[in-house]
Write a protein of this length. Structure first.
Length: 294
C-alpha cells in the first residue's frame, strides 16, 4: 500500500478546520440521487418513460443531467460552504500556475506511454487490437471530438476531484486513503451505466471501479503538488480515455486489468520520486484550497 509522505504532507489551514460532514452527505445525496433517480425511471418504468423521452443513451439530455450531477452538486456545495469567493476559486483552479505548466508535457508524455503500453501490451498477451486505419491528423481530430463526447469528464470534475477528494483529505489527513474512497464512490456512482442495457458497455464493472481508485490515487499526488489545479486531472482523464477511441486498443476487461496495474505502478513511482525530490505535497483541503486560489 502506498502511504503519503508524512514529512511533507501538511494540511492547509482552513477557515473551517473541520467542516461538517453534512456537506459531504449533501453532495453525495445530490450526485447519487440525480443519477440513480434518472436511471431508476428507465430501469423500472420503461413502458412509461421511454415513449415520452426516447431510449436512454449517453447523449440523451437526461443522461447528460445525470453525468453532470457530481459537478453540479460539487458547485452547489462549494457555494454553500464558502459563498461566491469559494465558487470563484473553484473555477480559478482550472488555470494552472506558471510554475506548474511543465506538468502539461509530463502528462502528455505519460499518456503516450500509457496508450503505447495498452497497444503493445495487448499484442504481447494475445489480446485483439483494432486495425490502425487512422492517420495522425485524424487521430488528433478524433481526440478533440472525444473531449466533448466524454461528458463525464467535466461532469465529475468539480464534484469528485474539486470537492470530495480535498474534503476527504481534510478529514483523513492522507491523500491515498482519500483517493481510494473517492475512486470507490465515483465507481459506485457509475453503476447504473452498467445496468442499463442501452449503454452497451463491454467492460467489467468491478475492474472499472478499481481502475478509478488507482487512477485517482495517482492523480492526488499531482493535485496536491499543484495546489489543487483541476486542469491536469481533466487533461489526464481525457487523454487516457482517448486511446480506445482512436483505435489504439479495445477497452475490454483484459485491457482494464493492464490499466489498473499501469496506474498502481504510476502511483508508486510518483510517490517515490516526490519523496526523493522532496516535492511539496501539502494536502489541499476543502474549502481552504479554493479560498486561496492564487
Amino acid at each position: 500500500m502506498i502511504t503519503a509522505n508524512q514529512s511533507s504532507v501538511r494540511p492547509v489551514s482552513s477557515p473551517a478546520a473541520s467542516p461538517s460532514n453534512k456537506y459531504m452527505y449533501l453532495f453525495l445525496a445530490m450526485s447519487f440521487g440525480t443519477c440513480y433517480g434518472i436511471a431508476s425511471l428507465f430501469m423500472f418504468f420503461p413502458d412509461f418513460i421511454v415513449p415520452i423521452t426516447g431510449e436512454l443513451h449517453l447523449m440523451h439530455p437526461l443522461a447528460i443531467v445525470a453525468l453532470y450531477s457530481p459537478s453540479i452538486a460539487g458547485l452547489i456545495t462549494c457555494y454553500l460552504m464558502g459563498g461566491k469567493d469559494a465558487l470563484k476559486g473553484m473555477f480559478l483552479k482550472l488555470v494552472p500556475r506558471k510554475k506548474d505548466l511543465f506538468w502539461i508535457p509530463v502528462i502528455i508524455g505519460i499518456s503516450i506511454v500509457f496508450a503505447s503500453s495498452m497497444h503493445f501490451g495487448s499484442l504481447l498477451f494475445g489480446i485483439p487490437v483494432p486495425d490502425l486505419t487512422y492517420s495522425v491528423p485524424e487521430m488528433i481530430w478524433l481526440g478533440i471530438l472525444n473531449l466533448f463526447k466524454e461528458t463525464g469528464l467535466i461532469g465529475g470534475l468539480f464534484g469528485w476531484i474539486g470537492f470530495l477528494l480535498p474534503f476527504l483529505q481534510g478529514k483523513l489527513k492522507n491523500n491515498v486513503t482519500s483517493g481510494l474512497i473517492t475512486g470507490f464512490l465515483f465507481g459506485l456512482w457509475v453503476l447504473p451505466g452498467y445496468l442499463i442495457s442501452s449503454f452497451g458497455t463491454s467492460t467489467t464493472y468491478i475492474y472499472y471501479v478499481v481502475q478509478l481508485m488507482a487512477f485517482i490515487v495517482f492523480q492526488s499526488y499531482i493535485f496536491n503538488a499543484t495546489r489543487g489545479t483541476l486542469l491536469f486531472y481533466l487533461l489526464a482523464f481525457w487523454l487516457v480515455a482517448t486511446g480506445s477511441q482512436i483505435d489504439l486498443y479495445y477497452f475490454n476487461p483484459q485491457v482494464q486489468i493492464m490499466q489498473f496495474f499501469f496506474f498502481v505502478t504510476s502511483a508508486i513511482i510518483i510517490h517515490i520520486v516526490f519523496k526523493r525530490k522532496k516535492v511539496d505535497t501539502t494536502l489541499q483541503t476543502f474549502p481552504a484550497y479554493v479560498l486561496d486560489a492564487k
